[in-house]
Design a binder for this molecule. Structure first.
Ligand SMILES: Cc1cc2nc3c(=O)[nH]c(=O)nc-3n(C[C@H](O)[C@H](O)[C@H](O)COP(=O)(O)O)c2cc1C
Length: 202
């Protein structure tokens, strides 16, 4: 398997609805192709990691690079892997804002303006910190028994990751509904996304 991580810049400002459609496409395609990953978006910047079989990931990366919704796709890393980091998500999503950055202790001095392809491509450590928060906990098969504290921390981390992802999706869905309702574009597809998001929160 491989994991490819890249940065890019949105070609034009993306509405909440645009982002939701993009994520829907990622979930559908990636689930079918056994791909997992994480997509961060903020300040018109995408940071994405995609992992899966090389024969599936490489052609997808080529297709993504041609996608007119973004430009200046810059591959940061292409790693051979034996284990997935984002095994919980067909494509996890985080909307990066000043307030989501403010809660990361090691990124206190990192403002949203720095969430840009130019800055991040020079700061590997920050890319790691941003992605690390979404990684599934590592399970070492050689360690047969985690002690109770480690197990609790592992479980809490899974829960926290799941909660973050659900809140992120719910916020995006609400944002989309507000946006499309304003100009009378609310349709059955939006209501269906509301229903499935609600079901996932219950
Ligand atoms: C920032 C960004 C990330 C994307 N990530 C994925 C992805 O993880 N999986 C995917 O299938 N398509 C992704 N796409 C969409 C692809 O570029 C392309 O439109 C899609 O794979 C075509 O799928 P289709 O077969 O449904 O038309 C992404 C596009 C952009 C702009």
């Amino acid at each position: 398997m491989i994991r490819v991580t890249y940065l890019s810049r949105a070609a034009s400002p993306l509405s909440a609805d645009d982002l939701l459609q993009l994520l829907k496409q990622c979930h559908q395609n990636n689930t079918a192709k056994g791909l997992t990953g994480m997509l961060l978006f903020g300040n018109d910047t995408f940071l994405q990691s995609i992992e899966g079989e090389k024969s599936v990931v490489e052609p997808l990366i080529e297709r993504i690079a041609q996608d007119t919704r973004h430009e200046n796709v810059k591959i940061l890393r292409r790693d051979e892997i034996s284990e997935r980091q984002f095994s919980d998500w067909s494509m996890g999503f985080e909307r990066v804002t000043e307030s989501t950055l403010a809660v990361i202790p090691s990124l206190r001095n990192f403002g949203l303006r720095n969430f840009s392809p130019e800055y991040l491509s020079e700061h590997d450590d920050i890319v790691d910190t941003l992605l690390e928060r979404h990684r599934a906990p590592h399970w070492d098969p050689l360690v047969r028994e985690l002690d109770a504290r480690d197990k609790l921390i592992k479980d809490l981390r899974i829960e926290l990751n799941a909660a973050r992802n659900h809140v992120g999706m719910a916020a995006l869905v609400l944002e989309t509904v507000i946006e499309v309702a304003k100009d009378g574009r609310l349709d059955d597809a939006h209501l269906e996304i509301c229903r499935s998001t609600l079901a996932s929160l219950r």
